[in-house]
Design a protein around this ligand. Structure first.
Ligand code: DQA
Length: 142
């Protein structure tokens, strides 16, 4: 079963969006590196700016995937709907953030995702996605 790699709002702007915080890699660069690392593991790589679409994809990943790697971006700090979808999710979810929200503004200190996932990787930039894929493969015996 594939590993779902899901991204939330504004991650389509990576590369040009506040590069001092989020780095110079585009989301396409990050996805290409994951594909190169995936070997036998199929990846489903998606990004959306819409909260409900992330809910739909988490539900899909729960049924059709082996694991989910999720950067919910700003919805991390606001979305009870995502929290509930993750609570219902039957496969392991690894939360990724490029930056370390814990070291940033007060409004990023609320996190509805972390309490509902297996693990969180934050603050390592795009490398965090590579670690998350390695972990997802190990967790699911791939
Ligand atoms: C982010 C951190 C969030 O606080 C922010 O809203 C993002 C990106 C990260 O990857 O560092 O959009 O999830």
């Amino acid at each position: 079963k594939p590993v779902y790699v899901l991204g939330g709002p504004n991650l389509n702007l990576l590369g040009s969006r506040e590069p001092e915080i989020y780095g110079r890699d585009t989301l396409a660069d990050i996805h290409a590196r994951l594909e190169a690392q995936a070997e036998g593991t199929a990846l489903i790589l998606r990004q959306t700016n819409h909260e409900g679409e992330l809910v739909d994809w988490i539900q899909e990943g729960s049924e059709k995937g082996s694991a989910i790697i999720l950067n919910a971006a700003a919805y991390t700090h606001t979305s009870i709907a995502l929290h509930d979808a993750l609570k219902a999710c039957k496969v392991p979810v690894i939360e990724v953030h490029l930056s370390n929200p814990a070291a940033r503004e007060a409004f990023r200190q609320v996190n509805y995702v972390s309490p509902a996932v297996k693990a969180t990787i934050a603050g390592l930039g795009a490398y965090g996605y590579e670690l998350a894929l390695k972990a997802a493969k190990t967790l699911t015996g791939q």
